[in-house]
Design a protein around this ligand. Structure first.
Ligand SMILES: [Cu+2]
Length: 398
């Protein structure tokens, strides 16, 4: 299906005047070259028609936030990120295609007993809900990057190619990799330059729920979407009928280029400006559900790839929390709300014994809105049993 987005970027010039740049991005439908433009004003009207704009909206056209794109870069704590990185203007970023479909798991090619994977870091216009996309940076053209599912002690090789306009690296968060595979630029490796490739190789250990993310200019690159789940199954793990990763993230999608980069997801220091919240790259009602059958033993692995803490609440029953940051808990505990801090992972189990549509959502209810004004949205989905069609969510999606 063809999608088209017409972006309006208003950039505050050095003399204080606004220069509006219209950018038309057209994605060609498969087999049909179709160039179509949609009046951006229409989308804006929809965006701002809702009453009671949130704080992000209320700050207007950027008074006090006169950020020149070239100055917007904040150096991260990474060694090696010292030199000035030019931030490409949004008009160039917006040239990436709009994508909304995601391949959940990445499949390896097995070469001489090694599981070989390919990751490409690249720009994408990623759609949270139909019609609402941001310029993001992802792996293999999707947000979040694909999930790795390997078994403890597997030999893993990941060929990482950098198709971004800036250098990058990957850090394998929580995995016991050799130091030179740790992805810290200027310390354990040179940054992967645009167009370059780096081969990461390690044994998958220990078992547990881990994740991978950029470690170059991390504050910005992670915020732009460069993360994904990495699950290492233990040999002595119980078997489950269903397993789900719930990767949480938050985004900033600004109207009219208030920070100079329309739709760019990096919030800088103003975390209050996050106005979109996603589970596995989607905002409710577009979030994928956890589909189960009665009697299933279910494991859910929550990963917080964002910068804010999210108290995730399951309706109807207690979750049995069995692991923290990949490590099995000596004493699992029961909870109906689990606070997942930035970078943390919590694994919980339950037996599907109460058929229905059971909501799972962040209990900071600002995080279950879209763009601060549309509720329900954001960090929400359902544990949905077979035979339940979740009419509410279906209706929300039109
Ligand atoms: Cu939250």
């Amino acid at each position: 299906m063809a999608k088209e987005i017409k972006e309006t970027t208003a950039t505050k010039g050095g003399n204080g005047g606004f220069v509006a740049i219209l950018v038309v991005v057209a994605v060609i439908a498969v087999g049909v070259g179709a160039l179509a433009a949609q009046d951006d004003g229409t989308e804006r009207a929809v965006d701002t028609a809702a009453p009671a704009p949130g704080p992000a909206e209320a700050s207007g056209t950027g008074a006090g936030r006169d950020v020149d794109p070239s100055d917007g870069h904040r150096s991260s704590d990474d060694a090696g990120a010292e030199e000035e990185v030019d931030i490409p203007p949004q008009v160039e970023l917006a040239s990436a295609p709009v994508k909304s479909e995601r391949t959940v798991r990445i499949e390896p090619e097995v070469v001489d007993g090694v599981k070989v994977f390919t990751l490409n870091a690249e720009e994408v216009q990623w759609e949270f809900i139909p019609g609402k996309a941001v310029t993001a940076w992802g792996y293999n053209g999707q947000i979040p990057g694909p999930e790795f599912w390997v078994t403890e002690d597997d030999l893993v090789r990941v060929n990482v190619t950098n198709n971004l306009p800036v250098p990058t690296t990957i850090h394998w968060h929580g995995i016991a990799v050799p130091n030179e595979m740790d992805g810290v630029p200027g310390v354990t490796q040179d940054p992967i330059e645009p167009g370059g490739t780096f081969v990461y190789e390690f044994e998958a250990k220990p078992s547990g729920t881990f994740w991978y993310h950029s470690h170059f200019d991390s504050a910005r690159q992670l915020d732009m979407g460069l993360s994904g789940a990495f699950v290492i199954k233990g040999a002595d793990e119980p078997t489950y009928d269903k397993e789900f990763v719930q990767l949480l993230d938050e985004w900033i999608r600004l109207p009219e280029g208030r920070n100079g980069w329309e739709g760019v997801t990096h919030a800088g220091h103003n975390n209050a400006e996050y106005n979109w919240f996603t589970i596995n790259g989607k905002s409710f009602p577009a979030t994928p559900n956890m589909e189960v059958a009665e009697g299933d033993r279910v494991r859910v692995r929550i990963i917080n790839a964002g910068y804010q803490a999210h108290p995730m609440h399951l309706h109807g029953k207690r979750m049995t929390v069995v692991a923290k940051d990949g490590a099995p808990l000596p004493q699992p505990y029961e909870a109906d709300t689990v606070l997942v801090g930035s970078g943390e992972r919590y694994d919980f189990e339950f037996v599907a014994d109460d058929p229905g549509d059971w909501m799972f959502h962040c209990h900071i209810l600002h995080h279950v809105t879209n763009d601060a004004v549309v509720e329900p949205g954001g960090l929400m989905n359902f544990v949905t049993y077979e035979g339940y069609d979740n009419a509410y969510q279906r209706n929300q999606q039109g």
